[in-house]
Design a binder for this molecule. Structure first.
Ligand SMILES: [Fe+2]
Length: 329
């Protein structure tokens, strides 16, 4: 199987060299704009919504209070053990229009690593995925945590490189940015072989048939029209979208995406008995906070993620990496 770069937004007739330059220009433009948004603290949230600093402050006070309660009631260590007890989830998906040559495609989804919180997490994942046969690794964002700097970007990349080499995906590793990831990290990850899809798409070609993988920047804080333009290319062929959160479900399904992979919610991370989440951190698509879902002809999966954020605890929802099997009906 081969990977073909696709230039699909506004430069369809350019030569290969022209395409390459155009991609570089676009990436530079993205970087500058992303840095401005990151610096502003109030980033463009999901279409129609704005994040406020006030709500973030309230959230961080609540976290401190919750931490105090957990320790007072001797629950903190149990929550920590829960968070370290992650699983490989096997998930089947049936598609009527996936090309014949891609029947049986396997995608290992690794979401919300938040490596700053637990640098040893990679070792646990490696022992979990050992021996799996994987075509593609899909990293659906939040490699790091915005507010912590235990690891440098180099140290994060080294860990990810170790994971990718342990899995040895037959086609390759692809990633999208999360709301906790900073723009500089994208280039570092590409240097170790993870192809970042930032409002971009690639085609996978197998014996004359192809499918598309399109990735957007995080829509929770950093939505721009470029994400929309990228998703618009989905109507040309069978398309898998990688987006950090489920918040673009409506656009993606209407634009012809077939399979939507996302994370961000941690499945709630701290849930009431029965897996009922207290918080989902979603401005849209709250009902898609965890697991497999289906809407307007599009299949989706929201991973509960494998790491934790804010506090290293989980209750009533396990961390996971997901092995998706894509089969033709
Ligand atoms: Fe996130």
């Amino acid at each position: 199987m081969s990977i073909r770069k696709t230039e699909n937004f506004d430069n369809k007739n350019s030569s290969d060299a022209g395409v390459h330059h155009h991609l570089i220009d676009r990436r530079e433009k993205w970087f500058t704009h992303r840095k401005t948004l990151e610096g502003n603290s109030i980033a463009n949230a999901t279409p129609g919504r704005r994040k406020s600093i006030k709500s973030w402050r309230f959230f961080s006070y609540s976290i401190n209070f919750f931490n105090f309660i957990l320790k007072a009631f001797f629950l903190f260590n149990r929550g920590k053990r829960n968070s370290e007890h992650c699983q490989v989830k096997l998930q089947d998906h049936i598609f009527s229009d996936i090309p014949e040559n891609f029947n049986g495609l396997t995608i290992l989804q690794v979401s919300d690593l938040h490596l700053q919180e637990d640098p040893a997490l990679i070792e646990r994942i490696i022992s979990l995925v050992n021996g799996l046969s994987v075509d593609i690794i899909s990293f659906t964002g939040d490699f790091t945590t915005k507010t912590k700097s235990v690891l440098s970007d180099d140290e994060i990349s080294i860990r990810l490189e170790k994971l990718v080499s342990a899995v040895r995906p037959k086609v390759g590793a692809f990633g999208v940015m999360g709301n906790h990831d900073h723009a500089e990290l994208a280039q570092k990850l590409e240097s170790i072989g993870i192809k970042m899809l930032i409002n971009e798409a690639v085609d996978l070609v197998r014996e004359g048939q192809s499918i598309r993988i399109v990735g957007t920047d995080d829509p929770h804080y950093y939505f721009t029209k470029d994400s929309l333009a990228a998703l618009k290319t989905a109507n040309e062929k069978f398309t898998i979208a990688m987006v950090h959160s489920p918040e673009l479900f409506d656009m993606a399904s209407k634009l012809g995406v077939d399979f939507y992979l996302c994370g961000h919610t941690h499945g709630g991370q701290v849930c009431l008995p029965g897996g009922v989440p207290v918080l989902t951190h979603l401005n849209a698509g709250k009902r898609f906070f965890r697991g497999a879902w289906y809407i307007n002809g599009m299949r989706g999966y929201t991973s509960s993620g494998v790491g934790t954020v804010a506090l290293p605890v989980r209750f009533n929802v396990r961390g996971e990496v997901v092995l998706h099997f894509c089969r033709r009906a």
